[in-house]
Design a protein around this ligand. Structure first.
Ligand code: BG6
Length: 469
């Protein structure tokens, strides 16, 4: 790799977190409840999020460690319910002040803030009024965006709208989006999806009007889809699933239109959203400056063999249940290893994903997540020897470098996660961070911070602009 070009001098080397997974302090300083807080009442992992990594109180110490590693960027989310506790009412000055302090700390250390406006934590008060099924939630989001731009616009240049909208639609119950139990639940879900697209487009347009120097983009989860074989039907299934799982979201963000495969999928099932007059114009009027994406692995699919009737007759048939009847059947890729949680690991697929996004949009790309969840165990001397994480990151960085050599414009790399935090549904013991946080799932211990071995390796990579890879 020595012959490959160095990473650009202004490359955003950094790391990512999200508010509800790292901050804790769930009812401090006037914060309102989010759907995450409400969903977790009475559940063991509510305790986990209640304190999380205590970043709300320890952000200065954490940012100092990020600076020590050499971070040039920190991608984090602002909790909507700290800024506007009920989502669309009064502004909470203490919440606003908190993020001023975080942003000032970053800027003082030469770290660029990359701000996600919404990372799964919808205000509970809006959820009670119908959540994203209610078009008014899109208006509330745009108003919230306006508050953020007004408050932080002279300090924050890089904005991300909605984290992983596609995962909220595809795994709604786990991520705070109501999936309802009505017969038309799927139609409702795609109506929610439509309202999120509107919210995103309007927030992007508003950003460009209010902050001409700022850059804004979407942050979907992209898992490039391979066909399980060269059988033509498997290739069609992979195309379909790419269109519905991935490109639906990026096409809407970039071109402001539903791609024809995804639209046909919705129409065939009677799930197409109601589009009000003016919506298509709103969608088409917004232009992101870049596409951010979270990448963990590819997916591999075969043609769906069953029908809905087969599934109804044999509801436990995993072969049919994995995937979506009539669209695709999910398969394990026999060429890929898996991590401790069964997630496939595919560094080459990272390069393929870069190339696919670049070919489709010709917009600069920003990696807002990538990383390895693992059970890290401190040694007797307290050090954390996470060579498996170094190996994972190294192999992905090599592929990212090849993608840059392929001609793809890459703005930065902010893996998940800057510091240990609580997983979406697998607790605090599933760790991703460069910095270890001393806590267990139920036992908060000291919450002390320790740099893992991977953080020293990453510091070298950053300092040498990738030559240390
Ligand atoms: C992404 C999310 O889907 O993956 C993060 O944006 C999440 O919020 C990350 O934590 C890793 O997933 P998990 O389920 O292991 O926490």
């Amino acid at each position: 790799y020595r012959e490959l070009p160095d990473f650009p001098a202004d490359f955003f080397w950094g790391g990512s977190t999200s508010a509800y997974q790292v901050e804790g302090a769930i009812d401090e300083d006037g914060k309102g409840p989010s759907v995450i807080d409400a969903n977790n009442v009475g559940r063991a992992d509510r305790t986990a999020y209640a304190v999380a990594s205590d970043h709300y109180h320890r952000y200065a110490e954490d940012i100092a460690l990020m600076a020590e590693i050499g971070f040039r960027a920190y991608r984090f989310s602002i909790a909507w319910t700290r800024i506007i506790p009920d989502g669309d009412g009064e502004i909470n000055p203490l919440g606003v002040a908190h993020y001023h302090a975080v942003i000032d700390e970053l800027l003082a250390r030469g770290i660029e803030p990359i701000v996600t406006m919404y990372h799964f934590d919808l205000p509970q008060a809006l959820a009670e009024k119908g959540g994203w099924s209610n078009r008014a939630t899109a208006d509330a989001f745009v108003r919230y965006a306006e508050v953020l731009y007004r408050e932080y616009g002279d300090k924050v240049r890089w904005w991300l709208t909605i984290n992983e909208q596609n995962m909220m639609i595809l795994h709604g119950t786990a991520l705070g989006v109501s999936t309802g139990d009505a017969a038309d639940a799927k139609r409702d879900l795609y109506q929610q999806n439509h309202h999120m697209f509107l919210a995103q487009s309007r927030a992007m347009a508003l950003c460009h009007r209010m902050l001409p120097e700022a850059k804004i983009g979407p942050a979907p989860n992209i898992a490039y889809v391979y066909p399980a074989s060269s059988k033509p039907d498997d290739v069609v299934a992979a195309d379909d699933w790419n269109a519905v799982r991935n490109w639906l979201y990026t096409d809407l963000a970039v071109h402001g239109r539903y791609n024809s495969l995804a639209w046909a999928y919705l129409v065939e099932r009677g799930w197409e959203p109601t589009i009000e007059p003016g919506d298509l114009e709103d969608l088409a009027s917004a232009r992101p400056d870049f596409v951010a994406f979270n990448y963990y692995a590819t997916q591999t699919v075969a043609a769906s063999t069953g029908t809905s009737a087969d599934l109804a007759a044999r509801p436990g048939d995993q072969q049919m249940v994995r995937g979506e009847v009539g669209l695709y059947r999910a398969t394990q890729n026999p060429n890929l290893p898996t991590n401790a949680f069964g997630w496939e690991i595919d560094p080459v697929g990272f390069r393929t994903t870069f190339r696919a996004l670049w070919d489709r949009y010709r917009l600069p790309l920003l990696v807002t997540e990538n990383g390895l969840g693992a059970f890290d165990t401190p040694e007797e001397d307290g050090s954390i020897q996470d060579d498996y994480r170094i190996d994972y990151l190294q192999r992905h960085l090599e592929q990212m470098r090849l993608a840059i050599a392929d001609g793809v414009e890459v703005l930065g790399y902010c893996p998940w996660s800057a510091i240990d935090l609580v997983s979406t549904h697998q607790g605090a013991a599933k760790r991703y961070g460069f910095i270890y946080v001393d806590r267990g799932d139920d036992d908060l211990r000291t919450l002390a911070r320790t740099r893992k071995k991977s953080s020293y390796w990453y510091a070298d990579v950053i300092a040498t602009r990738g030559r240390a890879l």
